[in-house]
Write a protein that binds this ligand. Structure first.
Ligand SMILES: Cc1cc2nc3c(=O)[nH]c(=O)nc-3n(C[C@H](O)[C@H](O)[C@H](O)COP(=O)(O)O)c2cc1C
Length: 166
């Protein structure tokens, strides 16, 4: 079974979350491709897809949203899990089950949307980003909980193991 783990990350923290997920899935015997949205035109040939994005200003990164939008047809026929990574406690409006262009509308088959804590490294931010963080009183540091990430990836693997073979 081949799984696509698609990760949109601006400064690398969410990519690290994706790497941890991919590692767990590989340890569980799955074939895994860890890719950025611009590296895969269409997720055909995969048996399952995990899509994750960093959250900026309450939204998934544009390339992650575009990936979902342009592939909604293919994704509708696959087991799909979503994750967000950011510093607020909840997933973004745009990628969550909420209103607007919420994914439930375009991706009703998503098994789950999990939110993980992210990381903010001041040295990687430009001046506008630093100003936004100061205004929002964001906390710098690495808040990623890799045990929670690995546990969730294990649940994804369990879900795939109980999936009827196509
Ligand atoms: C300018 C800016 C805006 C952000 N906006 C949000 C936000 O709206 N919600 C949130 O949960 N996290 C927000 N964050 C935190 C990032 O999502 C978090 O640092 C994430 O781990 C970054 O992932 P990346 O390194 O993969 O890009 C923001 C960070 C920056 C620098």
């Amino acid at each position: 079974m081949t799984v696509l783990v698609m990760v949109a990350s601006k400064h690398g923290a969410t990519w690290g979350v994706g790497e941890a997920i991919a590692e767990v899935l590989r340890d569980r015997g799955l074939q895994v491709d860890l890719r950025r949205p611009d590296e895969v035109a269409e997720p055909s040939g995969y048996d399952a897809v995990v899509v994750g994005s960093a959250v900026y200003m309450g939204q998934w990164l544009p390339e992650a949203r575009e990936f979902i939008e342009r592939n909604s047809g293919v994704l509708a026929g696959l087991p799909v899990w979503l994750f967000s990574s950011g510093l607020s406690d909840s997933a973004s409006q745009d990628s969550n089950t909420g209103g607007g262009r919420g994914l439930r509308v375009t991706l009703p088959n998503a098994r789950e949307h999990r939110h993980f804590s992210g990381a903010l490294d001041v040295s990687k931010l430009n001046i506008l980003e630093r100003a936004a963080i100061a205004a929002a009183r964001g906390k710098y540091g690495d808040h990623r909980d890799f045990s929670a990430v690995r546990e969730w990836a294990g649940q994804v693997a369990d879900g795939l193991a109980s999936q009827p073979r196509a």
